[in-house]
Design a protein around this ligand. Structure first.
Ligand SMILES: Cc1cc2nc3c(=O)[nH]c(=O)nc-3n(C[C@H](O)[C@H](O)[C@H](O)COP(=O)(O)OP(=O)(O)OC[C@H]3O[C@@H](n4cnc5c(N)ncnc54)[C@H](O)[C@@H]3O)c2cc1C
Length: 376
C-alpha cells in the first residue's frame, strides 16, 4: 500500500507526475474526468523549458505536428514590434498534447481511469487519503497528487480572483496572406481590460486566445462577440489578421476564475499540489505548461525522496516567487493605457527588452533543447 499514488487530474501536470512516478516503480492510478482529451482554453505556446520536459517524458512534439515559433510580436493601438525569441519554442493544440501525454502515461504503466470525476478528497486515517468518485466509488492511497488544473476540488479551493478574469479560445483558418504573415510568430495584442494572443498551430490553423477582466466584458453585455469586435477596433492589427478568417468552432470555449499570481502556501502530509493547483502565472508569459511540467517533476522527485509534501510545497513557493512577481509586474504594465500607447514604439527602438522580459518570466533558465524536441 505505501507504494500507491493517486493522481487527480490527467492534464499536463498530472500526466507528467504520473509518468515520473510509474517509471520509478510506484503503483500509480490517475483519475481524469474527461473520457477523452478535448480542447482547453490555452494559447498553446510551448516554451523551451516545456519542450525539454516533454522530450524527457518521451513526447516528440515535432511528430505531432507542432509548429516552430521563432518570433514574438507585440501589437497595441496602431503599432506593432517584433523580436526573435531567446529560446526554442513551438505551438501544439492541447488536444494533441494531452492525448500524447495520456498515451505516454499508459505506456509507463499508469492505471488511467478516464471519464471519472473526483468529487471529494478526505483523509480517513493518519496515513491514508480517500478520493470519492462521481458514482460513489472510492480510491485510497497514502500519497495524492492534486492536479485538477483550473478546477478546484471542494475543500481545496484557491483564493477568489478579484478581477473576475474570463478567458476565451477560438480557432480560425486565416486568409492565406495573413497565415503567411503569422507563420512562426506568436503575437501578443493589448487592449483595455486584457490581452490576447494569436499563433499558428498544427493543421494550418490559428489559435486566438484572449483574456478580459469581468467588468470590461460586462460593459459589452457579457457577450464574447461584442468584445471580439471591440478588440479589433482597439487593436487594428488583430482586425487585419482576422479579415476574411473562417471561425472553426461554433463559439469560443471559455473559462472563468483565474487567480493570476497565486502560489500555494501550504499543504497537508501526503498531498502534493502541482500545475495550476500550485501556481497560476499570467497567461501572456506562455509559461503555464512549463510550470505544470516543472512542478510535476519536482513533486515526483520530492515524493520519491520521501520529502514531506508541506516541505516540498514551501520550497516550491520560494522558488517560484520572483518569477511570479516579475510576471505580475509586467502584466500590470500591459494593462496600463500609457504603457499600451508607448510600448510598441519603445520595443522598436529597443527590441532587446522583449527578449529580456521573455527570459525573466521563465520558471527556469532554458538549456539547449535536443534536435528531436525542436518542432518543424
Ligand atoms: C487564457 C490562457 C492562456 C494560456 N496560454 C498558455 C500558453 O500559451 N502556454 C502555456 O504554457 N500555458 C498557457 N496557459 C496556462 C496553461 O494552460 C496551464 O497552466 C496548464 O494547462 C496547467 O496544467 P494543469 O495540468 O495544472 O491543468 P490542466 O492541463 O487544465 O489539467 C487539469 C486536468 O484535471 C482534470 N480535472 C479537473 N477536475 C477534475 C476532477 N474533479 N476529477 C478528475 N479530473 C479533473 C481536467 O479535466 C484536466 O484534464 C494559459 C492559460 C490561460 C487561462
Amino acid at each position: 500500500m505505501h507504494d500507491k499514488v493517486l493522481v487527480l487530474g490527467g492534464g499536463v501536470a498530472g500526466c507528467a507526475a504520473a509518468i515520473a512516478l510509474a517509471r520509478k516503480g510506484r503503483s500509480v492510478t490517475l483519475i481524469e474526468r474527461e473520457p477523452t482529451p478535448r480542447h482547453k482554453v490555452c494559447g498553446e505556446f510551448l516554451s523551451g523549458e516545456a519542450l525539454e520536459d516533454l522530450h524527457a517524458l518521451g513526447i516528440d512534439v515535432a511528430s505531432l505536428g507542432a509548429v516552430r515559433i521563432d518570433y514574438v510580436r507585440l501589437a497595441a493601438a496602431r503599432r506593432a514590434a517584433e523580436a526573435p525569441l531567446p529560446f526554442p519554442a513551438a505551438s501544439l493544440t492541447r488536444k494533441a498534447l494531452d492525448t500524447a501525454l495520456i498515451a505516454a502515461a499508459i505506456a509507463a504503466g499508469v492505471r488511467v481511469e478516464q471519464g471519472r470525476s473526483v468529487q471529494t478528497l478526505a483523509r480517513t486515517a493518519p496515513n491514508l487519503w480517500q478520493a470519492t468518485l462521481d458514482d460513489g466509488d472510492t480510491r485510497e492511497a497514502p500519497t495524492v497528487f492534486l492536479a485538477t488544473g483550473k478546477h478546484d476540488l471542494r475543500g481545496y479551493t484557491r483564493p477568489k480572483d478579484p478581477q473576475r478574469w474570463v478567458a476565451f479560445k477560438m480557432y480560425f483558418r486565416l486568409g492565406s496572406a495573413q497565415a503567411a504573415e503569422l507563420a512562426h510568430a506568436s503575437e501578443l495584442m493589448l487592449y483595455p481590460g486584457g490581452y490576447g494572443g494569436i499563433q499558428p498551430v498544427e493543421g494550418g490553423i490559428a489559435n486566438l486566445c484572449w483574456v478580459v477582466q469581468g467588468r470590461y466584458l460586462a460593459r459589452l453585455g457579457n457577450r464574447w462577440e461584442n468584445f471580439l469586435a471591440k478588440m479589433q477596433q482597439d487593436c487594428p492589427h488583430l482586425a487585419m489578421r482576422l479579415a476574411g478568417a473562417e471561425p472553426l468552432l461554433a463559439k469560443p470555449i471559455s473559462v472563468t476564475h483565474i487567480p493570476y499570481g497565486y502560489i500555494r502556501r501550504t499543504t497537508e502530509d501526503g498531498l502534493y499540489c502541482i500545475g495550476d493547483q500550485a501556481a497560476v502565472i499570467p497567461s501572456f508569459t506562455g509559461d503555464g505548461i512549463s510550470i505544470a511540467l516543472h512542478t510535476a517533476r519536482c513533486a515526483a522527485a520530492a515524493c520519491l525522496a520521501a520529502e514531506p509534501a508541506p516541505v516540498f510545497q514551501a520550497k516550491l513557493r520560494s522558488a517560484l516567487r520572483l518569477q511570479m512577481h516579475l510576471a505580475e509586474f509586467a502584466a500590470d504594465g500591459l494593462n496600463n493605457s500609457f504603457a499600451r500607447a508607448v510600448l510598441p514604439f519603445c520595443l522598436r527602438v529597443w527590441p532587446g527588452v522583449m527578449r529580456v522580459t521573455a527570459r525573466l518570466t521563465r520558471v527556469t533558465q532554458p538549456a539547449a533543447v535536443s534536435p528531436q524536441a525542436a518542432a518543424g
